[in-house]
Design a protein around this ligand. Structure first.
Ligand code: SAH
Ligand code: SF4
Ligand code: F3S
Length: 432
């Protein structure tokens, strides 16, 4: 009889990739098949996120929903960041849960499914040299972890508590993974870490001295890998060596995520981000001077404690200066185990919400105007997938989504495309 696993994934790219690793381990070592139907599953996994309070609150209602519809003997496991953070509280609160597997313990998935009531959440566990089973069969893109955990202490952020200290993954493991992916037909890799440009600071075993620029350089030597993306770099670690490698390495895509969080020096200090508005803008100016069609994205938090109107206007000043293509914006959410949780002077929700709207509305205008400027330009597009409306979708080097009439033989290939028109979420192209 076939066994099936269902997995729901919340949170960031790292969680998405953890879910891929979980599925590969279960498929290859335990014989589970992946299903998208929780009713059919023998094992239901929820891979959780605790970056803000809302997704965490949702967890218990979701467990209840799955418990109601699941097969009689199906097991439920809670994995990921909320698993690390709440640990045994999850089992206590919800008798429907069979085990809890923290974000730093994903490699234990094949053993924990056999242990009812088990809790594996140690954030000092080190699986940085663990090579996960791989089950990729198709697709032109793949994710590759380059580090685990985070050593920064941003005062609002729960991630160091859920994923533990930062440890880099040995470079030979990363390179051999990328080589294997290239052999399977993968053309674009996305390197993952909470602070990718800090790569090489600490390994769990002896390792030759390397840094992120060296890693990018080595990855670019792999035949068959045409594009390298990464997320997230930290603006503080964007030194000149990094900027040069980013600009000059032909395979490194010219779109970069630069998480600003706030444009106000006062707030940046309270957040312990380690840079100033001036540093951030100077890095952006330097990158823009080196790269003609650079796309920059960012994360911004509004309503951090003590943020007043002037602080928010400083954030808007940076938004105007940089003209970001992508902004992920959030209202500050108080998280346990963080330094900022003890700060007073919380910004009233209505004011934070107003700021969020102002930011998002202005960003829409900027994005529309950025996208209009793309009309008439020509880009190399890697076609990724067909859509249901007769179009196919791909990406430019600088991360813009392009649509054009579907041609099956082009999926997985690069073609030159002229941009004919623009929408907010994508550009319309003509194959040349
Ligand atoms: N390591 C990444 C961030 C991962 S978390 C980096 O430094 O860029 C993704 C984003 O969630 C953060 O950039 C931040 O903007 C947001 N975030 C984190 N903690 C938050 C909180 N307590 N409230 C609101 N947003 C938060
Ligand atoms: Fe959180 Fe800061 Fe680490 Fe990013 S760099 S994961 S925001 S502590
Ligand atoms: Fe990612 Fe959420 Fe954890 S954003 S690192 S899954 S808290």
């Amino acid at each position: 009889m076939d066994k099936y696993v269902f997995i729901e994934t919340m949170g960031c790219a790292m969680n998405v990739h953890d879910s891929e690793n979980i599925l590969a381990e279960l498929e290859i070592k335990e014989g589970y098949k992946h299903t998208l139907d929780p009713k059919k599953a023998d094992l239901i996994l929820i891979n959780t996120c605790s970056i803000r309070e809302k997704p965490e609150r949702k967890l218990f209602s979701e467990i209840g929903q799955y418990a109601k519809i699941k097969k009689k003997n199906a097991k439920i496991g809670v994995c990921g960041c909320t698993a690390s953070h709440l640990g045994e509280q999850i089992l206590k609160k919800s008798p429907d849960v069979n085990f809890v597997l923290g974000a730093r313990n994903i490699s234990k998935i094949t053993s924990i499914i056999h242990q009812d009531g088990a809790i594996e959440v140690a954030t000092d566990y080190d699986d940085s040299s663990y090579v996960f089973a791989s089950n990729r069969a198709s697709g032109v893109k793949a994710m590759v972890n380059i580090s685990i955990g985070c050593d920064k202490k941003c005062t609002y952020c729960i991630v160091p508590h859920t994923r533990g200290n930062e440890i880099s993954i040995p470079m030979d493991i990363i390179l051999s993974q990328a080589q294997k992916l290239a052999q399977q037909g993968v053309k674009e890799i996305l390197l993952l870490g909470q602070n990718v440009n800090n790569y090489g600071k600490k390994f769990s075993t002896a390792h030759p001295k390397v840094n992120f620029s060296k890693l990018l350089h080595e990855l670019a030597q792999i035949d068959g890998i045409y594009r390298i993306r990464f997320t997230s770099p930290h603006p503080l670690q964007m030194d000149d060596e990094f900027l040069k490698e980013f600009a000059c390495n032909q395979k490194v895509c010219k779109s970069i995520h630069m998480p600003l969080q706030s444009g106000s020096n006062k707030i940046l200090k309270l957040m312990k981000r380690g840079y100033t508005q001036k540093w951030f803008l100077e890095r952006v100016a330097k990158l823009k001077s080196m790269i003609p069609h650079l796309s920059i994205g960012t994360d911004i938090i509004v309503g951090f404690p003590y943020e007043d109107d002037l602080d928010f206007q400083e954030t808007m000043h940076v938004v105007e200066k940089v003209q970001f293509d992508t902004i992920y914006s959030f209202i500050y959410s108080i998280r346990p185990h963080t330094e900022a949780a003890s700060l007073e002077h919380n910004v009233p929700y209505a004011i934070a919400h107003q700021r969020l709207l102002e930011l998002q509305n202005r960003h829409k205008e900027i994005l529309d105007s950025n996208n209009k400027k793309e009309i008439g330009r020509v880009y190399e597009i890697l076609w990724e997938n067909a859509r249901e409306d007769g179009l196919m979708e791909g990406k430019s080097d600088h991360g813009k989504i392009i649509r054009a009439p579907f041609q099956e033989e082009l999926i997985g290939t690069f073609t030159a495309v002229k941009i004919l028109d623009s929408r907010r979420a994508y550009l319309i192209g003509e194959i040349l």
